[in-house]
Ligand binder design. Structure first.
Ligand code: UGA
Length: 471
């Protein structure tokens, strides 16, 4: 807007009206983007470090002072995520990323506020938005200039609309903020790679300028070729939920087919390969296993089902995928019993892998939890080994034995159960292990071991959907 135009508007006493009415149409959009990310979980930290690596000025804020001190003073990431510590060190050293536990300060000193706090499940399946609304209250109490509030946390349908109304109801003028829903699709274990190489960027807002401003943050990625969806906030929210529920359903589907393979002597590895070559199906998420876990698929499927039911549209397929998953998580112990007989009392079982998948120390909804619970009911001695998740699991199950190595875990075991597809487990010397175990029962819930090689080492082997291998 040039000076003459401003003068003209002033003359007509229209400047104030213009500023107020166009603020939410994007006229105050920042040219110098200062980003604050609130929440330093794996989404917040990866997003903050990722945006910083693209040349933005970023503050990562969290009310958890212990976490912030760890990041600030020791440069330590509070969880295991490959490549993240290195990325954080780099962007801190270039001055693009800083940390604070003073959220007020972080809010006041940014024009883009990214909310990335947890939204865990409550008992009724609905997401708990307490942390999110706490952040909003902080923003409301601090807001001093126009901010784009970006919701990255996975939130139930229509939450972004509720947030907008909540802020307005607290007396904050719309000229001071816009809401943008920007769901994330990062996978734990490959979150840094996923941030830098997204399949798509989804942005929901009722303000096109704010949407574009956030979309521009992603422009440097993949030379600007990342497909971009700009839509309303509720559609953006649903893209996130429907994607996770669809992937979860795909896993439950292949798990059921694998269980059928076990009964009819078909080989799931070949079946999945044959299916996945059809480009309409594709080969991703067709690996059978001990059931899906993690903080997202179970929680998001539950939330979507609860919301849909409340809208009188029960999502029967998604509900079924959760039921199938519950049964699948009980399968490792069932397989052990089928092999060894139903009375496991006094036996020793070695569990290899505690995290819900490889490359993470996250144990939330991990199939290992149900496996341990069921084995404890059978009065089994449990020895467990995981490269990084033992500390987290010990908080939940302090009484089982945590071992420092695979060797320690399998020593004198009656059965070995592989639950996580860690690389370390893919190159186990089974000849050596055979000499360490008491009985040669092996349940491979990730199909990462060569069954014939194991059988030749005198193991009695069962994977998922591969049948029983026994000499
Ligand atoms: C998932 C989605 O993949 C991400 O796109 C999404 O951003 C994230 O949830 C989220 O909502 O935050 P994540 O939970 O980290 O990511 O892990 P996945 O790699 O998707 O695996 C989820 C579960 O499915 C794991 O238990 C894994 O072992 C299992 N899985 C996956 C299988 O059993 N078979 C497969 O073929 C693939």
């Amino acid at each position: 807007m040039d000076y003459i135009m401003i003068k003209e508007l002033k003359k007509r006493n229209l400047l104030l009206f213009f500023l107020l009415s166009t603020a939410s149409a994007g006229c105050f959009l920042p040219t110098n983007k200062l980003i604050t990310v609130i929440g330093t979980g794996y989404v917040g930290l990866v997003t903050g470090a990722g945006f910083a690596s693209l040349g933005n000025q970023v503050i990562c804020a969290d009310v958890n002072t212990e976490k912030i001190n760890m990041l600030q003073e020791k440069g330590k990431i509070p969880f295991f995520e490959p490549g993240l510590e290195e990325l954080v060190h780099t962007v801190v050293s270039t001055g693009h990323l800083s940390f604070t536990s003073n959220v007020d300060y972080a809010v006041a000193n940014a024009n883009i506020l990214v909310i990335a706090v947890g939204t865990p499940s409550q008992a009724d399946g609905h997401a708990d938005l307490t942390a999110l609304f706490k952040v909003l209250d902080t923003i409301i109490g601090t807001i001093n200039s126009y901010k784009i509030i970006v919701v990255k946390s996975t939130v139930p349908l229509t939450t972004n609309k509720t947030i907008e109304q909540y802020i307005l109801d607290k007396g904050i003028d719309h000229s001071l903020f816009d809401i943008v829903s920007n769901p994330e699709f990062l996978r734990e274990g490959s979150a840094v790679y996923d941030f830098l190489n997204p399949d798509r960027v989804v942005i929901g807002s009722n303000n096109q300028s704010a949407a574009k401003c956030i979309a521009d943050l992603y422009k440097p990625l993949k030379d600007g070729t990342v497909p971009l969806i700009i839509t309303d906030t509720t559609s953006a929210e649903l893209i996130k939920y429907a994607s996770n529920a669809f992937l979860a359903t795909k896993i439950s589907f292949i798990n059921e087919i694998a269980n059928l393979c076990d009964r009819v002597n078909a080989d799931i590895v070949t079946v999945a390969k044959g299916m996945g070559l059809d480009v309409r199906i594709n080969n991703y998420f067709l690996n059978p296993g001990p059931g899906f876990g993690g903080s997202c698929f179970p929680k998001d499927s539950l939330e979507l089902c609860a919301t849909a039911l409340a809208n009188n549209v029960p999502l029967e397929i998604v509900q079924a995928s959760l039921v199938v998953n519950d049964n699948q998580q009980a399968l490792p112990v069932k397989k052990v019993k089928d092999m060894m007989g139903s009375d496991l009392k006094g036996k020793t079982v070695a569990i290899l892998g505690l995290s819900f998948k490889a490359n993470t120390d996250d144990i939330r909804y991990s199939p290992a939890i149900k496996t341990i619970e069921l084995l404890q009911q059978e009065l089994v001695t449990i020895k467990a080994y995981d490269p990084v998740a033992m500390y987290n699991m010990s908080l939940l199950f302090p009484a089982i034995t945590y071992c420092n190595s695979i060797d320690d875990a399998v020593y004198n075991a009656d059965a070995i159960v592989i639950l996580t597809e860690w690389d370390e487990f893919k190159c186990i010397d089974w000849h050596k292990v055979r000499s360490q175990v008491r009985q040669p029962y092996l349940v491979d819930m990730r199909n990462i071991v060569d069954p014939i090689m194991c059988m030749n080492q005198d193991f009695i082997y069962e994977g998922v959907g591969r049948g029983l291998y026994k000499k």
